[in-house]
Every structure is written in C-alpha cells, then in structure tokens.
Write a protein that binds this ligand. Structure first.
Ligand SMILES: [Zn+2]
Length: 516
C-alpha cells in the first residue's frame, strides 16, 4: 500500500471510530493539537498503565512523581531552556510558510512540486522534460520557482547538469537547488510549498509557551508551560531522597503533559504543540552510569517489542558526537518506521551530572548525594529514558493496522495487544428482536464488564457488527443465538484467527481469564 494511503486510512479510521479528533474542530481546528475520543482515551490509559506497571510497580528501584506543569522561571534558566531552547527556522517571503532549518529537506521530499518533477524524470541526458514540466505542472505547483518563472534562463545555468544527468553522482539537493537558482545562477534552496528561494539565514525562536500567573495582567508573573517533565524530577531529587531514604541507584518516573511551540507540527499526532511524555531520571554512581545506560536502552526497546511492535520496524540510532549536548556522555534513539519514515519514539541519554549541578548552582541548594556508608558526597550521573505517549500510540496504531482478504472482501483489523486494546469483549445478539437472547447477552455483558472493558451492540447485522469490532481491535466477540437459550452456550470469536469456540455460559469467565 502506498505510504500516503496508509496514513490517510489511519487518520480517517481514528476520526471515524473515535480514537483521535482534531482539536477545536467545529471552529476550524487548532494547529498541533489533537483530542483523544472514547476509544483513544482508553488506548492512551492502557499504554500509560503498561508503562507505569513496567517501570514503577514491577521494579524496586523506581519511584513515581507527578510534578506541576507550571514551574518557577529559574528552573528554565538552570536547565538552559530559557536561553537555548530553539529550532532556527526560515519563512518563505511569498507564501509565508515556516520551515525548520534542519527539516527543510525532509519537507522537500514531501513537496508536491518536487514529487511531480521527479515523476517526470526520464533518465535521459536531456533537459527538455524540465521545460515541459515548467510550462505545465510547474505553473500551478511551484509558481515561484526559478525554473517556472524563467525556464530558459534557469536551464541555461544547468548545462553542466547535462553531463551528470542520470549518472550515479547526481545529487538531489544540488539539482533542486539549481531549479531554484537566483538571477546570477547561484543555487538556492527553494520553498517546498511554492518554489521561491528561501532566506539563507535562519531565525531562532524560543519553543517554550508563555503564560502569566495571577489574575491582574500588570503584576502577573510570567511563567512557562513546561517543555519537558524531566525538570520537575530534578528539582524534587532532594525531596524524594529525604522522604524515602533511597540509596543509589534509583530512578524517578513521571508521565505528564508538556508543551512546545513547534514551528512545523505535523505527521498527524507525531509532532504536536501539546503532548504527553513518559520520562525516567535514573540516578547512579558515575562509574556505574555507562552500564545502566546500556541496560536502559535494551529494557526500553524490549518494552515496545513486548507490547507487539514488529521487530523489523524498530531500530536503535546512537547519536553521533556532533549531535550530543556538550555535557552528555551518550544518547540513543529508539526509532520506529512510520509510513513517513524512521522517526524517534524515545531517547535514552546519559546526561552525566549536568542537571543536578545546574540546579544546585542556580538554587544555591546542596543537591549532592551522600553515601550513607562511606559518607562520600558527589553528584550522581543521570540516565534519562524519555518517550512520547502520543508518538507511541501512533506507532502502535500503525503497527496494528491490517487489511486482510476474507471471502473476497477486505477486512480491516486493528491487531492491538491485549494490554493495549481499548475494548476486550463485545456481546453481539444474533436476533435483536428476541427478548430472551437480548436479556442473556446483556446479562453476560454486565457480568464481564466488571473485569474487562466490554460493550453490547445490536445495531446492525452480525457481519457488520464483526467488522466494526475488528476495526477497533476488540479482542473477543461473543454471540448469543437461539441455541444459547437451550444449551446455555455462546460462541466466542477470536479477533486475529476468527476461530470460533462454543463455550458454556458458566465457564465463560474462566475461559476468558485464561486468554486475556
Ligand atoms: Zn513559499
């Protein structure tokens, strides 16, 4: 299936079935913000529960925390966000679209005019197709591109391109740059939207969202909505140690909302301005940090695998030294192969002792750890696994989406894991006009819903009811038919295999407990 089709289908399914809606949609929406519908909120809670259980409940060395979104401004001075938290961007002076400087070429790959132009490429050592494109598709897709505005002049600059045309050394960026060349023939990066040459210098903009604390505008204190949950953990390091007498190594985990004024939100819920994070700060002796860094990378990767992400769509990407913050000893991203390309799900960083030292310096408080046995005092190193809830949800939905041929028809089925599936069971009566069948189905539903997320649906014929449940990932459909009234048995259908089992009503709970 073409990549863009898959994303379109997923966005449509999410809206149609109540997983994810655009924010403020009746007013035309709000860029970079999304709402989770009735099924989306269940999936999100299941995902966060799975993380919390794995990180906090099933381990002895990690404690939970829930710090506030609004924090004192000095926190962001100490963390560096007040001064350095920016992504330089460029703005097209004709169409007004913003592009992150480091993402321009990603956008280029998705650009309508670039893709149209590439489609026309014949591999011949001939530029006549460029002229043809400029006079046809180019006019509507990239009206401000040099090649479209001045085709003959632009083509006269690129005679040397002729030499390498079709050869293995053809460079995509150089080629596109030539198409947008300025009047002196100098290659320029053209706007992915309209073709106008983009400014060569980026503008820096702080990505933190501001608000004011206090009802009176003039005296209100300016504060930021946190851009990450991590700092709430660092500023509580001393509180947690004092309250729990924890010894190293130990971690503090938090799930919560964060906010960033992203320049180009996009790819559905992948890059948004309001999002939720799952972060751990794991404090360790400096000489043990490297080992914990490695074990957290493996542990976090395994978590995604355990919840059903296909191995071939996950990879680890260690950061190169020029990507690392000056204080960091290492950072590795867990990436997922989304329909729009490999993208970060979670980052695991060895941040050394930077954060606690910064907060000690800015707050004047002693944030060193004192070893209770040796009395030695030092700043612990910090390993930080930091994942995005919304990104993970998108990855799990993409991973679960399947189209299968069944009896000549296409069945859409969301193969979410048992932990994540928003609905576990659906009760479907075969005859909704038979009061005894309906009563039995509703009775079974009431009983099962105390343990599992269970629904009752009689609003369509059975084939349609199955399709509806498959599409949202319901694990088991239970049908009640006329025979059920006499033999006290119901049919349980497995979502993935579509295998059906006849199970007696009084054994049903036992049967499902074994499976779910
Ligand atoms: Zn433009």
């Amino acid at each position: 299936m073409p990549v863009s089709d898959l994303m379109t289908k997923i966005v449509s399914l999410c809206k149609r079935r109540g997983f994810i809606f655009p924010s403020s949609e009746i007013y035309g929406g709000l860029s970079g913000c999304w709402d989770y519908g009735p099924l989306g909120v269940e999936l999100k809670r299941n995902l966060k529960d799975a993380w919390w259980k794995a990180i906090v409940h099933h381990r002895d060395d990690v404690l939970g925390l829930d710090s506030s979104i609004l924090m004192q401004s000095n926190v962001w001075k100490a963390s560096g966000h007040a001064n350095n938290f920016s992504d330089p961007f460029v703005k097209c002076k004709i169409c007004g679209k913003h592009f992150r400087l480091d993402k321009v070429w990603d956008e280029m790959g998705k650009s309508a005019w670039v893709n149209s132009l590439i489609k026309e490429m014949t591999g011949e050592k001939d530029t006549s197709f460029l002229l043809g494109w400029a006079k046809k598709q180019g006019k509507s897709l990239a009206p401000n591109l040099a090649l479209v505005k001045e085709p003959e002049v632009t083509l006269s600059w690129i005679t040397d391109l002729n030499q390498s045309w079709g050869g293995p050394d053809l460079n995509f960026q150089q080629f596109i740059g030539r198409m947008g060349a300025d009047t002196n023939g100098k290659a320029r990066v053209p706007c992915p939207q309209c073709g106008e040459p983009l400014p060569e210098e980026g503008i820096a903009a702080n990505l933190m969202l501001k608000t004011s604390l206090g009802p009176v505008e003039e005296t209100a204190e300016k504060v930021y909505l946190r851009p990450e949950t991590a700092q709430g953990i660092f500023v509580n390091f001393r509180n947690v140690i004092d309250a729990t007498s924890r010894k190293l190594p130990f971690g503090i985990a938090q799930i919560g909302k964060s906010f960033r004024n992203e320049i180009t939100p996009g790819n559905f819920t992948f890059r948004t301005r309001e999002f939720e994070q799952m972060e751990i700060e794991y404090f360790a002796k400096p000489n043990e940090a490297e080992n914990f860094y490695k074990s957290w990378i493996n542990g976090r990767l395994q978590w995604y695998l355990d919840l059903g992400i296909k191995k071939e769509n996950l990879r680890l990407r260690p950061h190169s030294s020029d990507e690392l913050a000056h204080y960091a000893k290492g950072c590795t991203d867990i990436e997922y192969q989304f329909p729009f390309g490999w993208s970060e799900l979670e980052g695991i960083a060895n941040r050394a002792d930077y954060d606690l030292k910064q907060h000690a310096q800015f707050s004047g408080q002693d944030l060193q750890y004192q070893d209770p046995v040796t009395n030695e005092k030092y700043y612990p190193y910090v390993i930080e696994p930091s994942g995005g809830v919304d990104r993970a949800i998108l990855a799990f939905i993409v991973n679960a989406y399947h189209e299968e041929e069944v009896n000549g028809e296409t069945r859409v089925v969301l193969k979410l894991s048992k932990e994540l599936a928003p609905r576990k069971i659906a009760l479907l009566p075969l005859l909704k006009k038979n009061a005894d069948i309906v009563a039995l189905a509703k009775n079974i539903k009431s009983d099962l819903q105390k343990t599992w997320m269970t629904v009752y649906d009689d609003s369509a014929a059975i084939g349609k009811l199955y399709r509806r449940q498959d599409e949202v990932g319901t694990f088991y459909c239970i049908t009640v038919d006329v025979d059920s009234l006499s033999d006290k048995q119901v049919t349980v259908r497995d979502r993935d295999t579509m295998k059906q089992d006849r199970v007696s009503v009084d054994q049903l709970k036992k049967y499902l407990t074994r499976l779910l």
